[in-house]
Design a binder for this molecule. Structure first.
Ligand SMILES: O=C1O[C@H](COP(=O)(O)O)[C@@H](O)[C@H](O)[C@H]1O
Length: 234
């Protein structure tokens, strides 16, 4: 595991950019494509900023989501919708490179079908993400895997739906730990003192009750890029 502590958000954005560029270009050189998972929440702004400086073959990228909120694409809560508005116009990524969920589906039967659609697009049993770019909430959740939620213990589904997210909106689709922990690289980018207590519980107290602490790639690399405020208790 690598823990990288930087002085401010701008430095965090620069570090993210250089790590993403290295991992993406290595994947493209060795396997011809780069499979990456983007997160929502505050890390989305850091990613939209840093990706504009990355030097890569954009056409080789395939982008999925670590989690997505089941809301219409034009909602400001839609993770894909926000990347569509904030990132696509500023890079050479195009919409068809994104593996999206069916947006705005709210009835439980169709919602349950959504993970299958996403799961199919993620390919065969041995599908592996090259990189998951992860955030963490002040309660320690990552993706849409919340403290105490039964999905923390999911062992068979690659992608799951939930209708009881404690954070708005309640209906979401999320990668599960079996998929997350198969990734070649998992990279958290965390800013702000509201995350300091959870960072302490994860990196100092080794507290497995915190969902983000359960990100432990089996044979991949784990990075925590922290600003000095989130790292203040370490
Ligand atoms: O709801 C979500 O929250 C987490 C953390 O977001 P933050 O705004 O507290 O940084 C995010 O990683 C996840 O993708 C998102 O759907």
């Amino acid at each position: 595991m690598s823990t990288i502590i930087v002085s401010d958000e701008q430095e965090l954005v620069n570090k993210l950019a250089s790590h993403i560029e290295t991992i993406a270009n290595d994947a493209i050189e060795n396997r011809g494509k780069f499979f990456v998972g983007f997160s929502g929440g505050s890390v989305l702004n850091n990613l939209c900023e840093c990706l504009q400086t990355v030097d890569t073959e954009w056409s080789k990228w395939v982008v999925a989501f670590c989690d997505e909120r089941v809301v219409p694409e034009n909602s400001e809560d839609s993770t894909f919708g926000t990347y569509k508005r904030e990132l696509i116009p500023k890079t050479k990524l195009v919409e068809k490179q994104f593996i999206k969920i069916k947006q705005g589906v709210s009835d439980p039967v169709r919602l349950k079908a959504n993970p299958n659609i996403v799961g199919k697009r993620l390919g065969s049993e041995d599908f592996v993400f090259d990189l998951l770019l992860l955030g963490m909430g002040p309660d320690g959740h990552t993706c849409s895997l919340f403290p105490g939620h039964p999905l923390l213990n999911e062992t068979s589904l690659k992608v799951a739906s939930l209708t009881d997210s404690p954070k708005f909106p309640p209906e979401r689709i999320t990668l599960t730990f079996p998929t997350i922990n198969k990734a070649r690289n998992c990279m958290f980018a965390i800013c702000g003192s509201s995350k300091a207590e959870m960072i302490q519980r994860i990196l100092k107290d080794n507290d497995d009750d915190v969902p983000a602490r359960r990100v432990k790639p089996h044979s991949g690399s784990l990075y925590w890029i922290l600003d000095k405020h989130s790292a203040k208790n370490l």
